[in-house]
Design a protein around this ligand. Sequence first.
Ligand SMILES: [Zn+2]
Length: 302
Amino acid sequence: MATIRPSALLKDSSVNVSISDNSCIGDGKTKIYGFPNQHAKIKDKQLRCNPLRLEASKDSIRLTPKQENHKPNVEKADHGGDQFSKMKERFLTFKKERYLEYFDHYSSLAKAQAPKFMVIACADSRVCPSYILGFQPGDAFMIRNVGNLVPPFQNGPTETNAALEFSVNTLEVENIMVIGHSCCGGIQALMSMEEEVRSSSFIKNWVSNAKDARLSTKTVAANLSFDQQCKYCEKESINRSLLNLISYPWIEERVRKRVLSIHGGYYDFVNCTFEKWTLDYHSTSPKSEGYNHTLKNREFWS
Ligand SMILES: [Zn+2]
């Protein structure tokens, strides 16, 4: 056990992970079921997405440099073109090789879901948890946001804590895992912010949910370069999010009863390694000590 700092993690374990090509994507029409017996009340409910017109913020900031030489064909993009032909091919391959091959499993998923994991990961296109960790359909309720952040309870409703509420209170997941990653543009945006500056940027306002992580990084890692500070903050923000999870009364209650565990994960896609750890809620008392919570079960997969 150690204090909850994003210091170097132990390299005490290695595992092989399977790779699959499944993602958890809602289309606004898909029914999201709870357990078939315990939560029949939600069986016919739907989580709908109203058609919203999205507008870019006037002072939006660049998150990640686009790949060079990537010049989309506008005409093809408008009409689908090669990208959708390949997408169709992938879908039909999935249907043939996965859906029809494991038809009984997918039939049961059509009636109910009982995922063991709630995953909060970054929206970055390079870090799909289902792909790198092999989550199959039905394994993980998932939300992805800029910077894989969990806002504090007192900050009010967001899509992230709405997903947490459903997965914890209705699906009764046993694990919540916050997964961060290397070269995170959201964290770079966070670390680039001025102190407490209100902005019309959706991104800046969102990542300010992790302002405590930025402040502690600026304090602890003041002598490091900006890139090194960002790397430090990538893990610091994960641990802050783990503590923010405890600020939700219905999460804290289930953790206290030992029916829910909270984990951190860090995917380094430069070196292709994965670190995971668990918040040791019960090792620290009282909970009001907050940041002094400890970590346990650290593993380094390479
Ligand atoms: Zn990111």
